[in-house]
Ligand binder design. Structure first.
Ligand SMILES: *Cc1c(COP(=O)(O)O)cnc(C)c1O
Length: 345
């Protein structure tokens, strides 16, 4: 099987497994795990934040951020197709007790003036706007890089109103490699950041959240309340350190494989690449093949290729460390043959 469902399917490298085996550990709830501390320190340095915290997943990181920044009854602004809104089980409402308010973006980027217009004025009828979330790269927008200038403009407005900004940077390193802009410069335009070690960076589990010392002090307490305080978790943090040391630059290979895949698919009559490929995600529309996304995916699976539905007629491919350039070429060839068969039926 050529598994292009997600970059989360990457398996830890031999070096990561060795690092896990050899990791120096301690009880991290007592803040005595030296490996976790090294990872948190390195992540904070890379992001240019005072402090960082290792959390179990991207979802947990985003939820801890909401719980830390907001009070129940507050309102949070986010892009209409944000992961936090679409794919986290409404956990901001369920856990933080906040109301999301969505803004339709362009390629994942919200118009700063629209953000400004949605901030609630003081009025007894209104909730307080207490957080603005940005997602970079934007998953539903096909891995689009939200431009730094857009983040700067939103951050300026947020600061005028004293509202914190949280970056759901699950794939922030992809944004950085694609744009040539450091993760630190993106993180500079936010109060808190979450990024995943377990996606393109290849670690088996875990995310980082980062922000001010005070933010992380409160976040640590929320992590404990959510049951996310782990003990000798240096065994999981050690592969995360390898991910940051060795797996960042190579993301460019995933991006070039995604371009190769999009080019190949673009040449297959009946298939349409929906968005220009900027990072490691390719969205393909299959409607002209007279098949729904689900039907198309069933047939793709029979041909040894896995992807996921991303709309009634849209499927998503994600390139990653465990898929080679050769496998991308095989994928294109098999898809061309498959679509060609459709026409004969
Ligand atoms: C994957 C992802 C998350 C959630 O990460 P998990 O580790 O799967 O919980 C959050 N935001 C975005 C944009 C993502 O792509």
């Amino acid at each position: 099987m050529i598994d292009l469902r997600s970059d989360t399917v990457t398996k830890p490298t031999l070096k990561m497994r060795q690092a896990a085996f050899e990791a120096e550990v301690g009880d991290d709830v007592f803040e005595e795990d030296p490996t976790v501390q090294r990872l948190e320190l390195k992540a904070a340095e890379m992001l240019g934040k005072e402090s960082a915290l290792f959390v179990t997943s991207g979802t947990q990181g985003n939820q801890i951020a909401a719980l830390t920044h907001c009070q129940p009854g507050d309102e949070v602004l986010m892009e209409e197709e944000a992961h936090i809104f679409l794919y986290e089980g409404a956990s901001m409402s369920a856990l933080a007790g906040v109301q999301p308010r969505t803004i339709k973006g362009t390629n994942g980027a919200m118009d700063p003036e629209e953000v400004r217009s949605k901030i609630r004025p003081e009025n007894v009828h209104f909730p307080d706007t207490s957080l603005i979330c940005i997602e970079n790269t934007h998953n539903k927008a096909g891995g689009a890089v939200v431009p730094l200038e857009n983040m700067q403009a939103i951050y300026e407005i947020a600061r005028e109103h004293g509202i914190p900004v949280h970056l759901d940077g699950a794939r922030l390193f992809n944004a950085s490699i694609a744009s040539g802009i450091s993760v630190r410069r993106f993180a500079d335009q936010t109060d808190s950041v979450q990024f995943c070690l377990s996606k393109g960076l290849g670690a088996p589990a875990g995310s980082i959240i980062a922000g001010s010392t005070e933010f992380i002090r409160k976040a640590r307490k929320w992590r404990k309340r959510l049951g996310g305080g782990l003990r000798q978790v240096g065994m999981i943090a050690a592969p995360g350190l390898i991910a940051l040391e060795e797996m960042v630059e190579r993301l460019e290979e995933d991006h070039s494989n995604a371009r190769l895949l999009a080019e190949g698919i673009g040449n297959i009559p009946g298939l349409k690449v929906e968005k220009a490929v900027e990072t490691n995600i390719v969205l393909v529309n299959v409607e002209e093949c007279q098949r729904t996304a689900e039907q198309f995916l069933d047939q793709l699976r029979e041909n040894g290729i896995l992807a996921v539905p991303f709309g009634p007629y849209t499927i998503r491919f994600v390139t990653h460390f465990d898929v080679s350039e050769e496998e991308i070429q095989i994928t294109v060839r098999r898809m061309a043959e498959m679509v060609n068969q459709f026409k004969k039926l």
